[in-house]
Design a protein around this ligand. Sequence first.
Ligand code: ZN
Length: 234
Amino acid sequence: MAISRRTALRASFLGGTGAALVGAGGGTALADPADSAPGATDAATALRLLKDGNRRWRRFASRHPHESRARREEVAGGQHPFAIILSCADSRVPPELVFDQGLGDLFTIRAAGEVLDESVLGSICYGAQHLHVPLVVVLGHSSCGAVTAAVDVHDGGEAPHGHIGYLVERILPVVDATPDEGDGFVDACISANARHVAEELRADADLRGLVDSGKLKIVAARYELDTYQVNFLD
Ligand SMILES: [Zn+2]
């Protein structure tokens, strides 16, 4: 093909400057006021945008930003997301909704229990190294089924087989290392798991340099299904 993979890869993260801001058909694609919200090039600003968005979500005041025609046309030319979110795959925790963000804002990776494997790591590294995203959020949540399954195995239940067994196998060491204090144990494991994944990412050979040089911040957080709040754990 005429376009090499390298060219396509470069275009995907260098693009954007050539994108039309207004629809080719004329001035019908006026920018939504929410679309003028600034992006972020540093972790502190990125965190603030996420916290502001979650506050809107909690208060049923979501703006649903960055969905306009102009935004769609802008991001067709390139992406500049301001945060990488590794969240559980749970259908009740969609990052774009709970942080009230839109197209091109979040580089989202989802895996049950936020379990790391090579493709999750590769995706995070792409966002951090090639898209220069300054912030990674590992987002766990209350009532996480993947963590609960690992707690069941910890308590003597039979380990699931196959691919689900892989997820439990990856979460189980965190559960085993978490003090069992009765009623709050699953909750404690959920927080410990998100923290552990964030620690693993900070120590990762491919990400450590960015973290050490201050170009990348990696934090753990959890979403509460009953209050709609994201609490940052670090
Ligand atoms: Zn979950």
